[in-house]
Design a protein around this ligand. Structure first.
Ligand code: G3P
Length: 220
């Protein structure tokens, strides 16, 4: 499973990319609005750092506007994947951008039928929003399972990108289901690194090592 980071923060992207665990980045207008500076420059820098797919979302609401904006975004860097919201306009824009060989991520997907249409429109990625479904007492991961089944039945090349991830259990579930990509906010990636037993275990190893060394020192 590919691991993406869900943020527009260059600092966070650089920190996790340095660990060699990042395959790509997803952003959205909410995340980009939190960053200071020219969004195009930020996206360019993100592409330089990660050297993998970087989703950049359009804010136009009509297909022609999405296509024009998508072309501009794609011109920033070869790693840009244009994110369009699901809907009639988004699906139309997806088809047109794919005809230009621009990669497209269809976002705001909350049902298997929406995912089916995104795949039929040639989407490179589809982004089911797991956490937001969980928030309304619906099993978000069940949607991922349904999409993977449907795409498998018809061998759609569209990659299933698990989005709106809230905690490490979502990452485990996505990986067990065989999702293509899981995009995690920095806080979720941080949480994966933390385990009290790992911390306690390391502390004990180091203490035991020091104890043995000082005992050997006093014997000499
Ligand atoms: O990037 C899209 C998605 O991951 C947003 O997540 O936490 O705002 O539901 P969230």
């Amino acid at each position: 499973m590919k691991l993406f980071i869900d943020t527009g923060s260059i600092k966070d992207i650089a920190a996790f990319a340095a660990l060699g665990i990042l395959d790509g980045v997803t952003t959205n207008p909410t995340l980009m609005a939190k960053e200071r500076g020219d969004p195009r420059q930020i996206l360019k820098e993100i592409c330089r750092i990660v050297q993998g797919p970087v989703s950049a979302e359009v804010v136009a609401t009509d297909a022609d506007g999405m296509v024009a904006e998508g072309r501009e975004l794609a011109a920033i860097d070869q790693h840009i994947v244009v994110k369009v919201p699901f809907g009639k306009e988004g699906i139309k824009a997806c088809r047109a951008l794919r005809a230009d060989e621009i990669r497209v991520n269809v976002t705001l997907v909350f049902s298997a039928t929406q995912a089916l249409l995104a795949a039929k429109a040639g989407a490179s990625y589809v982004s089911p929003f797991i956490g937001r479904l969980d928030d309304i007492a619906t099993d978000g991961m069940h949607l991922v399972e349904e999409i993977l089944d449907i795409y498998g039945n018809y061998e759609f090349p569209t990659e299933v990108l698990v989005a709106s991830v809230r905690h490490p259990i979502h990452v485990v579930q996505a990986a067990r289901l065989g999702a293509d990509v899981c995009t995690c906010p920095p806080a979720v990636l941080e949480a994966i690194f933390k385990h009290p037993l790992t911390d306690i275990g390391l502390e004990r190893f180091l203490k035991d090592w020091e104890k043995a060394r000082s005992a050997a020192g006093t014997r000499q």
